[in-house]
Design a protein around this ligand. Sequence first.
Ligand SMILES: Nc1ncnc2c1ncn2[C@@H]1O[C@H](COP(=O)(O)OP(=O)(O)O)[C@@H](O)[C@H]1O
Ligand SMILES: [Mg+2]
Length: 263
Amino acid sequence: MSSKPPVIQLEGVTVAYDTVQVLEDISLSVAEGSFLAIIGPNGAGKTTLVRTILGLVRPMRGEVRVFGRPAAALGRLRRQIGYVPQMHAVDLHFPVRAEDVVMMGRYARLGLFRRPGKADRLAVERAMERLGVLELRRRPLGDLSGGQRQRVFLARALATEPRLLVLDEPTTGVDTHTSRSLYELLRDFQQEGITVLMVSHDVGVVSQYVDGVACVNRRLVAHGRPEVVLTDTTMTEMYGCQAMFFHHGKAPHMVVRMEEQEQ
Ligand SMILES: Nc1ncnc2c1ncn2[C@@H]1O[C@H](COP(=O)(O)OP(=O)(O)O)[C@@H](O)[C@H]1O
Ligand SMILES: [Mg+2]
């Protein structure tokens, strides 16, 4: 359909920690300007998949390309990726102010030894304003609520002026209203041309915002448009529970009945 090369391309990717295989034979491609959700149960390998795409984990087999280049050898192109890690990966007791966190998003551009300049301060301010956290700029990160912290980290990713934005469960511990406004914001970014890749377990809600879903449970169970992918069979394969979808126009609503005995 498009002549542009995919922003992300995985070909037969298998990842193992020591001898334990976590991802198996994943092939996936993400077109420039799309908004893709990676969904799947806990321990399915979603974070590992993200870290593999970022070149932080080397696959045992297969090939990962980002912006048409090997993920592990992106060089300067790495600056064009904004990354919001899963929250438990963040040390909340680290004594930094909100604006310091956002400025970290500029360091990849700055290099280690240059001090932030006017353009950097402006980018930080703009990103914080966009996320509605500018008035929190001098507050210590540890003082902020879950939702405020998520916005600060998203502002950090935005301050990198990314071409690709990667978020790992950005709505964990955040109420539904805040989640929805975050998804709307991500859709705005998409409309501005940023490719957005987001891990989520918020299946039913997320599918109303994204234009693609990748269901992962060690293997890629399904990949495509949400209204096509999120079928009974896919959900059953993925969660081991009976799931039903009622389609209201484009937005599937999900009812999940857990099996009697949990594994
Ligand atoms: N650094 C690691 N070393 C060893 N095993 C890991 C490591 N990170 C994750 N795992 C294991 O890999 C599997 C997938 O983890 P993860 O990618 O975090 O899944 P998800 O993000 O879907 O919850 C889990 O069984 C987890 O325990
Ligand atoms: Mg995870």
